[in-house]
Design a protein around this ligand. Structure first.
Ligand code: FPP
Length: 247
């Protein structure tokens, strides 16, 4: 895919974040504005996710984490939950060939055991079959909650401590990080949230400690390569100090 000339020029000299995390918010409001159902909004959100992936590959981003379904989303009406599960499944099936062609490695984060069995199987198969792909890692966060992830890590650490595999005195922030769902991924450099809300909403709580946050005013289904570029331009304006002093 050839990059739009304007995008190419604006990208020149920009530092590209290694890992971008995305809260894809606003599908419902986008649909409501158009007199469509919420599920039609999520289907449009799927098309926006494809634009995100294509642009991330073009811009040479290494890792993209997307918040597809949170541990709190079970509170939504049953038909929306079922529709979202079906949409994720359909997307994985329909996009599988392209994921392979684009060399996308899919990994997952979340309490997958609570998902419909057919989705669990498909996620496991997709992870397995794309494991050697090198162009971009897509971290699909499904039934994901930051607090649940930290609680799961704490439980696993406690189990290892009881089994004598680790001593409490050895447990520091780096050890805790190795018990998270995807310990080998670098922390996100940039968190993008669409639809203007200034919240982290239980996403990647441990990993976002020093991420730059860019909130865009667009609803997720309207997101495109220009919005990604805009967020990266804003990221480039920030001075990252990681708690230290300016250099
Ligand atoms: C938030 O919008 C979005 C979600 C809860 C679901 C995100 C899912 C997609 C973008 C569909 C495609 C995903 C995959 C993995 C194929 P909202 O419904 O909370 O919007 P609102 O705040 O306007 O109601």
């Amino acid at each position: 895919m050839s990059l739009d000339e304007e995008i190419r020029q604006r990208l020149e000299g920009l530092k590209i974040p290694t890992h971008i995390a995305v809260i894809m918010d606003g599908n419902g409001r986008w649909a409501e504005q158009r007199g469509l159902t919420r599920l039609q909004g999520h289907a449009a959100g799927r098309r926006a996710m494809k634009r995100l992936m294509d642009a991330a590959i073009d811009f040479a981003v290494q890792v993209v984490s997307v918040y597809a379904f949170s541990t709190e989303n079970w509170r939504r009406p049953e038909n929306e939950i079922e529709g979202l599960m079906a949409l994720i499944e359909e997307t994985l099936r329909e996009e599988f060939k392209e994921l392979q062609e684009q060399q996308v490695r899919v990994v997952t984060s979340g309490r997958l055991c609570q998902l419909p069995p057919s989705l669990q199987e498909l996620l496991a198969k997709t992870e397995h079959d794309t494991a050697d792909n090198k162009e971009l890692t897509l971290n699909l966060c499904v039934n994901y909650g930051g607090r649940a992830e930290i609680a799961d890590a704490a439980a696993a650490i406690a189990a290892d401590a009881v089994a004598g595999k680790i001593a409490p005195s050895e447990i520091d922030t780096e050890v805790v990080a190795t018990y998270l769902y995807q310990p080998e991924l670098p922390d996100p450099d940039l968190l993008i949230r669409t639809s203007g809300e200034l919240r982290v909403s239980n996403f990647l709580l441990y990993q976002l400690a020093y991420s730059e946050i860019v909130v865009l005013p667009v609803y997720w289904p309207d997101f495109d390569a220009y919005n990604l570029l805009e967020a990266i331009e804003e990221f480039n304006e920030r001075k990252r100090r990681f708690g230290g002093r300016p250099s």
